[in-house]
Write a protein that binds this ligand. Sequence first.
Ligand code: FES
Length: 379
Amino acid sequence: MAKEIEELSNLNKDSIKNLRMQREEYLSQDKEEKEELIKNLAKQVIPNQIILIIKNIREVAPNLKIFTLESRNQSSLAPFRGGSYLTITVKIENGYYTRNFFLYSTSKDANKGVYEIGVFDNPEDKMSHYIFDEMKIGDIFISSHPINHFGYNMVRDENNVLLIADNNGILPAISMAKAIDDGIDTYDLTIFYLAHKYDEILLERELNDLTTNEHINVNYILSAEQKPGYLNGFIDTNYLRSFMSRPSSIFIAAEEKQLKYFNNVLEELKLPRKYIRYMPVLPEYQSAQDLKFVMTVVINNEKFTADCYSNKTIVTSLEEAGIYIPSSCHDGTCGLCKTELLKGEVKIIKDHRTKAQKEYNIIHPCITYPMSDITIIIR
Ligand code: FES
């Protein structure tokens, strides 16, 4: 454990001056006091963070593992709504990487001190690939408390919810269904699970088990295969309308390409915006050429230089260079990564900045790509 503490104490050391002292204090304490110090240390490194230990790992599909995480002292964890995610930071080689992972469990499990997250293996994303392939029982995550931009809200949403999900959104969909099954939420949920072929469907048994609850229904829709018991084709306006005999909210948890298609379907339904919820998705961007640039980074008046690339967000290049930057949403909405751009050209995908941020050249590096050499200040 002392090794992890040492690593934590080096994280962002320039801006957190008393960490080293705390580490020394830690090493001289007895066990119970050490537990307390670890918690305080994690909070200071990244505010509102917790330390979670991997208790179990289940491979539920060749590209999907469910990680069971426990609080250090097995005390209860913060409750959350179905559809929430954790922002998790891990150290890989010389850098700290941060990504979001959807919760697969419910508040009932949190009460017993357990969170479950699903991790897809994405060879193009170093962090998820590392967690999927390398992390083992007993390893530690630095994690946020659960964050929710997508789940059911009894004040805002109708009590008939139609949830359209593909593989990208099936974890939040299941966690919402589980919250109903656990008696935490009370509304009717119909999930439309979109897949090209039957073999691509994930967690089908778990989903089917949930349909024994009268408030949960699941319809599988295969776009490129015909199979008895499974719908074939695409969801269109009339099909959706047939499930809307009473006021309904529509939730969409799917990849960006699907979002574009469903925007048109929803327009035809003429539903007011407040009845539509979208799962946050990472914007997709590919520049015509993959160009390499030099990034100069100023932190606490010290300068560092590193490579950055036209096809990688600035956050990714910072992580790969071992330069820590706080981040959470990775879709430009939370503002945690905000940084001043002193020099250079950039491409911003889905610009969520305020007028003042634009005026003062503040960027969100999680959705920003360099188009030339750049100089940025991380405060
Ligand atoms: S991580 Fe949220 S805006 Fe960049």
